[in-house]
Design a binder for this molecule. Structure first.
Ligand SMILES: Nc1ncnc2c1ncn2[C@@H]1O[C@H](COP(=O)(O)OP(=O)(O)OP(=O)(O)O)[C@@H](O)[C@H]1O
Length: 236
């Protein structure tokens, strides 16, 4: 276990008057395709949600919209009380771990993490925090290696360590279990579990509901552009 003091403290507002995530009648058209059709959802701070749905159902698109990377065609949304249109405030409170990791390929592992900390105006011993995060995911030996030379599983571990290090109030993760061995999948569960234990809200898009359930027990399913409660559903 890493000394928690090596990780920047999560910056969660103490008393929330509003849900961590909220969407109201959100529609999204991309090109000719309507991907989201009147999505409504409320997630309280500290919720853990598994987002299910077939290939192409719109899970990645919904995560991008929540991270203010896409604007709703119609409808409204809020992240930690901030309107989705206020991208700057939303991005201060949310971290999206995309399916490919979203790393800078020409930066080394430690540079990728240090840069992420700088972007979030981290104060404190960044070198120590970065070293602790790399150790936490077993990448200390690759600290100086460029991200482009990592294996797919190592990239996933690096992206995971970044999400854990940043510990935003809301963390969105897209297929975190893909490309990982058994130990890697257990590590994903552990680190995402720690984010939630620290009060963070978690949304996990996954095709492995049995793995995601451990850290994100509330299941929602995207189908036909709508988001439905899938509490009883076990298939991705
Ligand atoms: N930039 C884009 N322009 C037009 N259509 C897009 C764009 N990005 C995604 N789509 C379409 O949106 C739909 C939803 O894609 P998305 O990647 O969100 O699905 P997903 O549920 O994450 O799928 P998977 O499980 O395969 O990862 C797909 O039909 C895809 O072709």
């Amino acid at each position: 276990m890493t000394d928690p003091a090596q990780r920047p403290a999560a910056q969660h507002p103490p008393a929330l008057q509003h849900p961590a995530l909220q969407l109201r009648d959100v529609w999204l058209r991309l090109g000719r395709e309507v991907i989201l059709r009147g999505v409504n959802v409320d997630m309280a701070a500290g919720d853990g949600v598994t987002l299910l749905g077939e290939n192409g159902a719109g899970k990645t698109t919904l995560l991008r919209l929540l991270a203010s990377g896409l604007r709703p065609t119609r409808g409204e949304g809020r992240v930690m009380g901030f309107d989705l249109r206020d991208s700057r405030s939303v991005r201060d409170h949310i971290h999206l771990m995309p399916v490919d990791g979203g790393l800078y390929p020409d930066l080394t592992c430690e540079e990728n993490l240090a840069f992420a900390l700088r972007m979030h105006a981290h104060t404190g011993d960044a070198d120590r925090a970065v070293a602790g995060a790399l150790r936490r995911v077993g990448l200390e030996h690759a600290a100086g290696r460029r991200a482009r030379f990592l294996s797919a599983g190592m990239r996933k571990r690096l992206a995971l360590s970044r999400a854990w290090l940043l510990a935003r109030p809301v963390t969105l993760v897209d297929e975190p279990f893909a490309n990982l061995d058994d130990a890697g999948r257990a590590l994903v569960q552990e680190l995402l579990g720690e984010l939630r234990a620290g009060g963070g809200t978690l949304v996990v898009a996954a095709h492995e509901p049995e793995l995601a359930r451990a850290v994100a027990p509330r299941a929602l399913r995207l189908a036909g552009g709508q988001l439905l409660d899938a509490a009883q559903t076990v298939n991705a």
